[in-house]
Design a protein around this ligand. Sequence first.
Ligand SMILES: NC(=O)c1ccc[n+]([C@@H]2O[C@H](COP(=O)([O-])OP(=O)(O)OC[C@H]3O[C@@H](n4cnc5c(N)ncnc54)[C@H](O)[C@@H]3O)[C@@H](O)[C@H]2O)c1
Ligand SMILES: [Zn+2]
Ligand SMILES: [Zn+2]
Length: 342
Amino acid sequence: MAMLLQARRILTQTLPRRNSNSSQAFVKLLGSASRGLHDNVPGSKLFDPNATSGKVITCNAAVVRGPKQPFLMETIRVDPPRKMEVRIKILYTSICHTDLSAWKGENEAQRAYPRILGHEAVGLVESVGEGVTDLKAGDHVIPIFNGECGHCPYCTNKTTNLCQTYRVNPFKSVMENDGKCRFSTMNGEPIFHFLNTSTFTEYSVLDSACAVKIDPNAPLKKMSLLSCGVSTGVGAAWNAANVQAGSSVAIFGLGALGLAASEGARARGASKIIGVDINPEKFNKGKEMGMTDFVNPKDSSKPVHQRIREMNSGGVDYSIECAGNVEVLREAFLSTHDVSHY
Ligand SMILES: NC(=O)c1ccc[n+]([C@@H]2O[C@H](COP(=O)([O-])OP(=O)(O)OC[C@H]3O[C@@H](n4cnc5c(N)ncnc54)[C@H](O)[C@@H]3O)[C@@H](O)[C@H]2O)c1
Ligand SMILES: [Zn+2]
Ligand SMILES: [Zn+2]
């Protein structure tokens, strides 16, 4: 997973931040645009910033009150954005496995409840706090959990964009500004934030460093996936692994991340892409994303890395682990041949 995080930031590094052209390459990668509920509806029809700006908004949110507890639809209060923050009307949000891990409370030190999870989304800026000059009400944005202040030693370093202040931090549950929450229940109980984003709500408050302006013509319904899954997966192949034309790639775990990694490898011209998953139903989707071969670990008692080495004369050039499992990571590593990058 560490590699994937790096992949995500290297991918964002290749794209100019807050540039309305930044999503165009991804729009192509995502294929033909199907239209969603909110597409073609002007922002002014979805909300009236003049009516809400500077005021507390009351809206619905899916709140989790403990590990593996049901998501409860609650009426909550969302404070106005403070200095260098933005308030966003969330139009679409999707689920990543990282939300599920947080919901289960797998890492006890990262638990904080009640909490609003979710980090993949797309929305419209409702209002901006003091000092925000590059975003305005009505802008189409995607939240990003790995924000960029733009001026710290990391943001100004060409080899990384892991911002010193707004880097992804699963332990963080409050706003950077004042260590407080912008969400609360109708009784005034604070509700914690998640991964710099919190998107399972109709309105969210983010540090402006964690919102990226996108092309207003991009299909909103699909842009949500750019917040995490597609960027991370495509970036793992395209940037972190730097897959070369004609090479061989093995991808372990064919969820959102693995399928996007396949798309990244295909786009870079890989000639062989081997998908590995314990769920054979994933293979059909894998074919659509450029995979040429499949291995189901359950089909044989032989370790997967041995099967891959046999399939591809000693191993693959690149191997990308997208299941989030240390044992799978070991198999992925052993599947590469001696001169591989990964
Ligand atoms: N930036 C990041 O670092 C980043 C971003 C997104 C997701 N993640 C992590 O990446 C992982 C995958 O995320 P996702 O949203 O694609 O998950 P997902 O649940 O959609 O997909 C996981 C896939 O792995 C498969 N799988 C499970 N065990 C396997 C095994 N032993 N061998 C082969 N395949 C196996 C599942 O069948 C499934 O298809 C999660 O751990 C998530 O937390 C990291
Ligand atoms: Zn994610
Ligand atoms: Zn920074």
